[in-house]
Design a protein around this ligand. Structure first.
Ligand SMILES: *[C@@H]1O[C@H](CO)[C@@H](O)[C@H](O)[C@H]1NC(C)=O
Ligand SMILES: [Cu+2]
Length: 184
């Protein structure tokens, strides 16, 4: 009771005050570089009006909006930095900035081949329950596993073919042997 009576007028005062006073913040994120195939940090909690500025380091990355369901697929109509190739000895890092318009989650990934499935994903304001960043990351990595399985299935095919070829050769050899046996 004491709290409500004391805090309610304060809250009323504080609300318009903080809204007017809130200075938008720019969250700096390093892309790649020494840390490897990651965004550092990979999660940012931002207020509406804030910016997220990506600093591209060594390699050739993007930051591209995706979705929780398809972590490694560019979202239609979403943002992308495009590829930012950076030499290992580069003095400058190209930047890309996005504006955070609301408190909705923003999912993103790197479009470079194999980067997203190896965990190069990023989020602004991910939920702390349900569709968490951790789940998003696991989904991206599961794609690597699926890719790996697909690739190993493809790899197996020539093996099977060579098995058949070997069998063919064997039967041909056997055939010859039978022939030569029957000749004898
Ligand atoms: C960066 O990566 C993209 C996609 O793999 C490729 O098309 C492009 O040529 C690369 N740029 C450089 C300078 O390596
Ligand atoms: Cu990348």
């Amino acid at each position: 009771m004491l709290f409500t009576t004391l805090l309610a007028p304060l809250a009323l005062l504080a609300l318009p005050f903080t809204e007017a006073k809130y200075r938008s913040k720019t969250h700096e994120v390093v892309v790649g570089g020494a840390a490897g195939l990651v965004y550092t940090p990979n999660v940012v909690y931002a207020q509406p009006g804030d910016y997220v500025r990506f600093h591209f380091q060594f390699k050739n990355h993007t930051v591209t909006q995706s979705s929780f369901d398809y972590p490694c697929t560019p979202l239609k109509g979403g943002f992308t930095s495009g590829f930012k190739p950076v030499a290992p000895d580069a003095k400058k890092s190209p930047t890309f900035k996005i504006k955070v318009h609301d408190t909705n989650v923003i999912w993103a990934h790197c479009e470079q081949v194999d980067h997203c499935p190896s965990g190069m994903v990023f989020a602004v304001n991910p939920p702390r329950r349900g569709n968490t960043f951790w789940k998003f990351l696991q989904k991206a990595k599961a794609l690597a596993y699926d890719d790996y399985r697909k690739r190993s299935e493809i790899d197996e095919e020539p093996e099977e073919v060579s098995d058949i070829e070997e069998r063919d050769i064997n039967s041909r050899i056997t055939g010859k042997a039978v022939d030569s046996e029957s000749e004898e």
